[in-house]
Design a protein around this ligand. Structure first.
Ligand code: FES
Length: 135
């Protein structure tokens, strides 16, 4: 994984545009990989850039007990994916339904204005994973 943000026109991780929380989640993503016993899966593609996230959840008795992700995208997308899995783990499904992309942006301490759209991956994948579980 490169330390540089792969988005062609975006800021890089080394130019001061990203805060330390974003850089930490990008360089040390939490819960990255396939969740073999997932029972709710959601995938989202960012229409702006084509980047993609797969969110996998294990839900037991109405609570998200594990969450993992696979994201092909920029540093902001990976950081918000990572923080989303942390926020989801241990959270009741009904509480998870109320999470928005703004919550994920806030959890990483904010994003550069040009990168706020990247949080759509985590929010969209969550919505689809919860619909997958319900359906
Ligand atoms: Fe594609 Fe950030 S540039 S998700």
């Amino acid at each position: 994984m490169s330390a540089d943000d792969p988005s062609p026109a975006g800021p890089t991780l080394d130019d001061g545009a990203y805060n330390a929380i974003v850089i930490d989640h990008f360089r040390n993503p939490r819960n990255a990989g396939t969740l073999m016993d997932a029972n709710a899966i959601g995938e989202e593609r960012n229409p702006v850039c084509g980047d993609h996230m797969r969110l996998m959840l294990r839900i037991e008795d109405g609570v998200i007990v594990r969450a993992s992700f696979l994201t092909r995208g920029c540093g902001a997308a990976i950081a918000t994916s990572s923080v989303a899995t942390e926020m989801l783990t241990g959270r009741p499904v009904e509480a998870a339904r109320g999470l928005t992309r703004q919550d994920f942006v806030a959890a990483v301490g904010g994003l550069p204005k040009s990168k706020v759209h990247c949080s759509v991956l985590a929010a969209g994948a969550l919505k689809k994973a919860l619909a997958d579980y319900a359906g």
